[in-house]
Design a binder for this molecule. Structure first.
Ligand SMILES: Cc1ncc(COP(=O)(O)O)c(C=O)c1O
Length: 443
């Protein structure tokens, strides 16, 4: 039995269909969050599998309904393990990987290799050799050195590798500098403005070991409105037209990257993915006409927008500390070792007390982690009801860029991960043990 939850404004930050049961506990994917914390321990990362699948479908439908020749490639860096790779595969998406590690996880569940795209600014020779050998779908080439390496590795194997060129259109998406990638001063891609993109394209067309299928850009993340995509499309399509005129280059594929935002707090209000789909597709269609170009296959690479809202972090409250007139700290049993985003990007979050989810907020608290850094603050000045040691805090929108960026700082074992699905919970990654912390050490 789930109570009406309209008066809990933070609930919509949690996976769809989250609620509050008769015991006053938060439910995620039909499971009682407090019971999950007791059964699997904390910190615990809980993913609602239906929500993950829904987000995959949402992107596929929003883009394909308006532009049938489109492919959604989930950006694995946002969150990947075997269970997630299976969800993405079963929903029919492609996958962006940036390392041999992500490639290996995908292949461990037999993710179709032709649907895998390989990104990165310094792909290692062994990473390229292995992925080319395995017939990876695309290498998204970042620089000249890599272009030549891909060519020679493919020719050595009597192959011709399909590639895209990653371009920097010099469009600022106005997001955090650490996650801004499409500007001139970026370690990623070939700048268009300096002429380096053209030089690379001319060379790529002449190489026998690569087949240049198209162009790629990724501006940064998260991008709060559609305008940067529209500006970047104008720059890139003009470039494509010029390259058609000069070198008879056909752009069979165009990737617009990822960067679609999600709400982390009740203040965050962003357009729905459908608004981005509409803006990207209508801008692209107009620019194709204007530049007399044939419609390419459209590739879209959402990461955060697929996995963030599906994931909830559960922590147990320990120390409570009040500095009168200054601050009230609520300390939890995880922190920057499982979620580095607040200290790294100044990211903001909110929380509910999972075992008293409908209670009124009564005070302003700062939620601190247990790591030995003053900067290990998960949430500053948030509103919570009365909190006592042993309570379980549930932090929404933790499904992207938390676990993948986690560390063993302070010799902290990484959390377990559970997938919940219509009332059932299954562990998809075990909690690291103390043994895991020194298993590779030699005394
Ligand atoms: C090339 C590329 N594509 C897609 C993404 C995914 O971005 P987001 O998770 O914001 O959608 C990234 C993230 O850094 C990226 O580098």
């Amino acid at each position: 039995m789930t109570r009406p939850t309209g008066r809990i404004p933070r609930l919509p930050l949690f996976p769809k269909d989250s609620g509050i049961n008769a015991a006053g506990h938060l439910t995620i994917g039909g499971c009682d969050a407090h019971d999950l914390a007791k059964e699997f321990g904390t910190p615990l990362y809980v993913y609602d599998e239906q929500m993950l699948r829904h987000q995959c479908r949402e992107f596929v439908e929003r883009f394909a309904s308006r532009y049938p020749d489109s492919i959604i490639c989930y950006a694995a860096k946002a969150f990947l393990n075997k269970a997630m790779a299976k969800v993405v595969m079963e929903q029919g998406l492609g996958l962006d990987v940036v390392s041999l590690g992500e490639f290996a996880i995908a292949r461990s569940v037999e993710f179709p290799v032709e649907r895998i795209y390989f990104h990165g600014n310094n792909k290692l020779p062994e990473e390229l050799a292995t992925t080319i050998e395995a017939d990876i779908g695309r290498v998204v080439v970042d620089n000249r050195q890599e272009l030549r390496l891909v060519d020679s590795l493919a020719r050595d194997r009597n192959k011709c590798q399909d590639i895209l060129l990653r371009l920097t259109p010099n469009v600022d998406p106005h997001t955090h500098t650490f996650t801004t990638t499409g500007v001139l001063d970026s370690k990623f891609g070939f700048p268009i403005g300096t002429g380096q993109a053209e030089e690379a394209l001319e060379e790529a067309l002449a190489l026998r070991g690569v087949s240049l299928l198209g162009l790629h850009f990724h501006l940064g993340s998260p991008i709060p409105d559609t305008e940067p995509y529209e500006s970047a499309l104008a720059v890139v399509l003009q470039f494509a037209r010029e390259m058609k005129g000069k070198y008879d280059f056909d752009m069979f594929e165009l990737s617009v990257g990822g960067g679609f935002p999600v709400a982390y707090t009740v203040q965050d209000e962003y357009p729905h993915p459908g608004v981005y789909a509409d803006a990207i597709i209508s801008t692209l269609s107009n620019l194709l006409l204007k530049n007399s170009l044939m419609p390419p296959r459209l590739t879209v690479e959402p990461g955060r927008a697929i996995s963030a809202r599906a994931g909830v972090a559960l922590y147990t409250v320990g120390t409570l500390k009040e500095i009168p007139g200054v601050r009230r700290f609520v300390c939890v049993d995880g922190g920057m070792s499982d979620n580095i985003r607040p200290p790294l990007y100044g990211a903001t979050y909110e929380a509910l007390v999972a075992n008293r989810a409908a209670e009124q907020d009564i005070h302003t608290v700062t939620v601190a982690g247990k790591l030995c850094e003053s900067g290990d603050i998960l949430m500053r000045d948030i509103q919570l009801p009365r909190v006592v040691p042993g309570d379980v805090l549930a932090v929404p929108a933790c499904g992207a860029y938390c676990i993948p960026m986690s560390s063993n700082y302070n010799a902290t074992p990484r959390p377990a991960i559970v997938f919940v699905n219509r009332g059932n919970a299954r562990i998809v990654r075990h909690r690291e043990t103390l043994d895991d912390l020194y298993r590779l050490d030699i005394a």
